[in-house]
Ligand binder design. Structure first.
Ligand SMILES: C[S@@+](CC[C@H](N)C(=O)[O-])C[C@H]1O[C@@H](n2cnc3c(N)ncnc32)[C@H](O)[C@@H]1O
Length: 256
């Protein structure tokens, strides 16, 4: 990919388009869901156990909150959520949903790489394919660590390393053959994409988290439930594939 690209601007442009094409229209259904779901196969949190058993009374920051449905699920459970996202269109949808549902919390327009919020102010930092996929990990992980109180938890969802390695360059679903190298994996602009994604290998995630005072407590490799169907919109992977190999993973790390 072009090395001098302004990745933050590219990702805002990408998500402005995604908002017009899909996320604004799908926000209502996502906000209305009573449970907390993870990933493209909508796996219930009760089956995964990535979040604290109760979020009631916790100060939570969501990095790359998008239309803020994930934050709304936590707010409904008694958390005090602040959503952070750099794309104005996504935040406009979040505000529209807040007005409609009466579930209100602060929203801040900023990228995960530079968050204008105070140090050590949060018990939980979450990212559900937000900063975790679209911000530079060498910049957003230090920000997450800075925002967390001692003992606070960072929980984030990303594509698995194997998905990254086996994904085709352009259209199509993840296959069974390695398509690229693992050593050096970091950022990628898929063929025809506006935005730039970030993917790290497991060793690099562990090292980066550790360097920022975050100790890994769990790596949940998500497996679709029996009866799961192929994703309708984020259709990069099939159930058949994801029943054999982890397509998505949730990292849980605690601030020392
Ligand atoms: C898949 S959506 C996140 C979905 C979100 N969990 C929700 O509840 O709607 C990805 C989001 O990442 C945001 N994003 C793009 N670049 C980013 C960056 N540098 N830092 C943080 N978030 C970013 C996009 O604006 C978009 O809203």
């Amino acid at each position: 990919m072009q090395e001098d690209i302004d990745t933050i601007a590219a990702n805002i442009a990408d998500w402005t388009q995604a908002n017009a094409e899909h996320t604004d229209a799908s926000a209502e259904k996502a906000w209305a869901h009573p449970g907390i779901l993870w990933g493209v196969f909508a796996i219930p949190e009760e089956q995964v156990g990535a979040l604290p058993e109760s979020v009631d009374g916790l100060d939570v920051v969501e990095l790359g909150c998008g239309t803020a449905y994930f934050g709304s699920w936590l707010q409904r459970r008694g958390a005090r959520v602040t959503g952070v996202d750099p794309t104005p269109a996504q935040l406009a949808t979040a505000r529209r949903m807040m007005a409609k549902t009466g579930i209100e919390f602060p929203l801040v327009e900023a990228p995960g790489e530079a968050v204008p919020l105070p140090d050590a102010a949060y018990d939980l930092a979450v990212s559900e394919y937000g900063a975790s996929l679209w911000a530079d990990p060498y910049r957003w992980i230090p920000e997450a660590a800075r925002l967390l109180r001692a003992g606070g938890l960072l929980v984030f969802l990303v594509n698995s390393t194997l998905v990254y390695l086996c994904a085709p360059d352009g259209e199509g679903v993840v296959g069974q053959e390695l398509q690229r190298e693992q050593f050096g994996m970091y950022r990628i602009q898929w063929d025809g994409a506006i935005g730039v994604e970030y993917h790290l290998a497991h060793g690099d995630w562990i090292e980066l988290l550790h360097e920022n005072g975050l100790e890994v407590e769990a790596l949940h490799e998500l497996r679709p439930q029996p009866g799961a169907v192929d994703p309708a919109y984020y259709d990069f992977v099939t159930v058949e594939w994801a029943e054999k190999w982890p397509a998505e993973e949730i990292w849980v790390a605690r601030r020392a």
